[in-house]
Design a protein around this ligand. Structure first.
Ligand SMILES: [Zn+2]
Ligand SMILES: [Zn+2]
Length: 374
């Protein structure tokens, strides 16, 4: 029985169905788990994604190419392969891809989390013969707190800053994390302000029917915003940029699973770190793998070898699946780092952690591209 998915230079390919899953290059038919840059490439001839994620995927890949959709749980047969999409709880519309052919089932999890998130559907457990799972946080030290406790900590920090006349700036990925944070905090504390890259996705979320609190964009040519009362949500690429000067005295926090490691926060000079991740923590990964009842597991992204070894010790047939560019010549460090882990790259010293919107507003004079565009 040949494998249902194989790794090719274009990424994961299903020969039986003649389609790719989260391809790395332009292909004729792409099934996309979610719209983060390392999973959704522009320029494919045809896309298939979960219905709730269509507008955010359109925002990512641009107009023109057709995007077909499936509701969660609905199935479609492509060249004899039965395809269905199941919520992965990661960001709006994020899906696990289930493939069934000749009595064998493969599931590609894409990125996922098991924690509750008011801005997207919850994770759905899916059984498989072969599971391809992410392992971004696949080490035992990664264990997330209850989201309600994290929200309380963010609210307390925001109030403290207000009392000191400081604007609170929280850095988070523009797609998913930013909207989740807006929905987590207490909007009665003060105004919430979004960077242009965040607002673009806020609009896509709202147009998709997700309820979010009121969030103000930054007007073009604004000279001063927030008056020390606001919570500003912006992508990590604005850290240290002139754009931040709009807000006067600020406290800058980073919201990321990597904030588990204090050294990363200190090295990057953030005033606070909040451990909020849209990926599963270590217990979450193990829970999902076990519930899948898969006998064969392929681990991709992050701590792959450590997790695969642990699974082998537990009697599973487990191996690793290379991420993009591994085993190939890496053109340059920056693009490899950017492409491999677009949504939750470890924030390194010289390299903005956010690749969604790299350079977007780094050098402008406070006018916000997305807001001032026609
Ligand atoms: Zn992602
Ligand atoms: Zn990813």
């Amino acid at each position: 029985m040949p494998d249902l998915l194989e790794l090719t230079p274009d990424g994961l390919y299903c020969r039986q169905g003649d389609f790719h899953v989260d391809p790395w290059r332009r292909v004729p038919r792409a099934i996309v788990t979610h719209a983060h840059a390392d999973h959704a490439r522009p320029g494919c001839a045809r896309y298939l994604c979960a219905a709730p994620g269509k507008l955010v995927l359109r925002e990512r890949v641009g107009g023109g190419m057709p995007i077909d959709t499936l509701r969660f749980g609905e199935s479609l047969t492509i060249n004899g392969v039965r395809v269905s999409l199941h919520s992965s709880g990661h960001v709006l519309g994020a899906a696990q891809v289930r493939l069934e052919h000749a009595g064998v089932t493969w599931v590609v999890t894409g990125d996922y989390k098991t924690q509750a998130d008011p801005t997207c559907a919850p994770f759905e457990h899916v059984e498989a013969d072969v599971l391809i799972t992410e392992s971004t946080f696949g080490l035992p030290l990664y264990r997330w707190q209850d989201p309600a406790e994290i929200a309380a900590a963010i609210n307390a920090w925001w109030r403290e800053n207000q009392a000191a006349g400081r604007t609170s700036v929280i850095l988070a990925y523009a797609l998913g994390k930013a909207q989740r944070l807006a929905a987590m905090v207490d909007p009665s504390i003060g105004p919430i302000v979004g960077h242009g890259a965040v607002m673009k996705m806020v609009r896509a979320y709202r147009d998709s029917g997700v309820r979010l609190p009121s969030i103000d964009g930054v007007p073009p040519r604004a000279r001063k915003v927030g008056n020390g009362r606001a919570l500003v949500i912006a992508p990590p690429s604005v850290a240290g940029s002139r754009w931040l000067r709009l807000f006067g005295d600020v406290s800058v926090a980073m919201a990321s699973g990597w904030m588990t490691i204090r050294g990363i926060r200190r090295r990057r000079g953030f005033d606070r770190g909040f451990v909020v991740s849209d990926h599963a923590d270590f217990p979450g990964l193990l829970e999902v793998i076990e519930a899948s009842r898969a006998r064969r597991v392929l681990v991709t992204h992050g701590a792959t070898e450590a997790l695969a070894r642990l699974l082998r010790e537990r009697g599973l047939d487990a191996g690793t699946l290379p991420t993009r560019f591994m085993g190939e010549a890496v053109p340059d460090r920056r693009s490899a780092a950017a492409d491999a882990n677009a949504d939750e790259a470890e924030p390194e010293d010289d390299d903005g952690a956010d690749n969604d919107d790299r350079g977007h507003d780094r050098d402008d004079d406070g006018a916000d591209d997305a807001e001032s565009a026609p």
